[in-house]
Design a protein around this ligand. Structure first.
Ligand SMILES: [Zn+2]
Length: 524
């Protein structure tokens, strides 16, 4: 996908740039204007010198973009060449999405400890310390308050330097994959880059508006892009704004919501003030909303009904919605910072975003995550319609929102309403959902929605769920599930897929389901 992609609308790009001209100084990273970080219009891209000698398009005509997310541990355990050969032979993979930075277990390490070990790799569980799985070049971190991030567990193994040349030799591309999974205890100075919640407590992730956080993330991106011949980059910002978090509109526990009512740090308060949002009122509103959630979860139903009482909180504090919008537009700006940093170093690299699974369940999160707006700071998008683990996850989400926003309805009614809003038909009832998962067809529904939203301006590579952990008595991935989801993505018009979450947790027999779909469609 190195060719310029036709179809981006110049009028909407102008609107975006106009919006940026109002961006306050605090929003800018390392003194660089976001204006230079927007995606160029196709006519300019087509005439630029770097496109005059553009390499052959990837993937070659008649083939599809088939990526695999994979951590350094797998390469160390199984050998780089052998891993790459296995990916290609089993799954028809031609793009390696290599986890270069995380402190989490979703993209790094072996199988998570609650799950059976798969049919490959070292048959023992490990512990993930995490950090950077590639060499850290200190000269790129002069302006960053965070410097010491090298992951210690795999010695000198470098997931970029040791993999990129070998992948290239086999005709495969490499994208650096990283996410916002931090471990504050292990990162010196993390308190200088982190969010602050509505009660003043330090959060576990970075603040999008904190210049030190922007500088840290830009330093990493500059380091990786300068020192490696990367074909692309993918970042996972797996979180949502304070409104959805407070209401429990997710598949975690509602009780943990307080740690996620962010961000109210000084940088955010100051920036919001410049665009006319009063931070003190927003904070007051979120505390009122948090109290409303506590009362709703534990108290009797109020005479007016739960929904009416919630709407009154919104009417009393319109700043609640304003702060939610402020949060997700700040996230979009962070995408712009990464996009601009990477493209300035390698304009041909493809820069895009994993869009978390919740986007396929929560209409609230789907509304925040506007694919059409993201076109301006993306070369591709990876929505994640993970239909197998959607079984237990969607059921939990429904129970969460039924216990807060939709307490006037039964859980079954809430699920029916969501199916209608999301355009899903023939999916399981709530009692069967955790063990059945969603159909392969649901992958096609999200793929079509995303393609329609971006109007073909950028490619959509849906994530395919292969063995994403669920309870042992819940829906487990089968080869036929992977094949059906992959077929649905391609039938919906996707030019590629991303096999997710990580190779180390996938069974080879399930990866082969993707390979079978590709063979059936004659893409492999
Ligand atoms: Zn902040």
């Amino acid at each position: 996908m190195n060719e310029p992609i036709p179809g981006i609308k110049e009028s909407s790009r102008r609107t975006f740039l106009k919006g940026l001209s109002a961006t306050p100084a605090i929003a800018l990273a390392s003194g660089e204007s976001l204006l230079s970080q927007a995606r160029p219009a196709p006519e300019n891209a087509g005439n630029s010198p770097q496109n005059a000698n553009a390499p052959a398009p990837f993937p070659p005509p008649g083939k599809k973009f088939v990526a695999m997310q994979i951590g350094a541990r797998s390469f160390v355990d199984e050998g780089v060449d052998k891993c790459l050969d296995t990916l290609r032979e089993k799954g028809g993979v031609n793009v390696v999405m290599a986890t270069v930075f995380t402190y989490g277990t979703g993209l790094a390490g072996r199988q998570v400890q609650s799950e059976p070990l798969p049919d490959h790799g070292v048959q023992e569980y490990d512990r993930v310390h995490g950090g950077s799985f590639t060499k850290v070049h200190p000269e790129f971190y002069n302006d960053s308050v965070i410097k010491d991030i090298r992951a210690p567990e795999l010695g000198d193994f470098d997931i970029l330097a040791d993999v990129v040349p070998k992948a290239k030799a086999k005709g495969m591309q490499t994208y650096a994959l990283f996410e916002e999974a931090y471990n504050p205890r292990l990162i010196a100075n993390f308190e200088k880059v982190c969010e602050v919640d509505v009660y003043g407590k330090l959060g576990r992730s970075t603040c999008f508006n904190n210049p030190h956080a922007r500088s840290f993330i830009s330093s990493m991106v500059s380091d990786w892009m300068t020192n490696n011949e990367l074909d692309g980059l993918m970042w996972e910002s797996e979180r949502q704004g304070p409104l959805n978090s407070t209401l429990g509109a997710h598949f975690g526990t509602v009780a943990a919501r307080r740690s996620s009512i962010c961000c109210f740090c000084d940088f955010c308060i100051r920036k919001a003030k410049e665009i006319g949002i009063e931070g003190a009122r927003a904070r007051e509103g979120y505390i009122a909303l948090d109290h409303w959630v506590s009362r709703t979860l534990s108290g009797p139903r109020v005479a007016d009904g739960t929904f009416v009482s919630l709407w009154r909180v919104f009417l009393e504090y319109p700043e609640i919605l304003a702060w939610e919008r402020f949060w997700y537009t700040s996230q979009e700006e962070m995408y712009g910072v990464i996009y601009g940093t990477a493209k300035a170093i390698n304009p041909r690299a493809q820069i895009g975003w994993h869009i978390m699974h919740l986007v396929t369940m929560s209409p609230f999160h789907a509304a925040d995550t506007n694919y059409a707006r993201l076109v301006h700071v993306s070369d591709y998008l990876k929505p994640s319609p993970y239909n197998n683990c959607a079984g237990p996850r969607f059921a939990q989400y429904i129970h969460n929102v039924q216990s807060t926003i939709f307490r006037d309805m039964t859980p079954d009614q809430v699920l029916d309403m969501h199916y209608k809003i999301l355009g899903l038909e023939g999916e399981p009832t709530l009692d069967k959902l955790p063990t059945s998962g969603l159909s392969g067809a649901s992958v096609g529904v999200e793929t079509k929605r995303a393609i329609a939203d971006v109007e073909g301006a950028i490619p959509i590579y849906p994530g395919i769920d292969i063995d994403i952990p669920t309870g042992l008595n819940e829906k487990r991935t089968q080869p036929s599930d992977v094949k059906a989801a992959t077929l649905a993505a391609f039938h919906a018009g996707a030019p590629g897929v991303v096999l997710s979450r990580k190779y180390a947790e996938m069974k080879l027999t399930n990866i082969a389901g993707a390979g079978e779909a590709l063979k059936e469609l004659r893409y492999y």
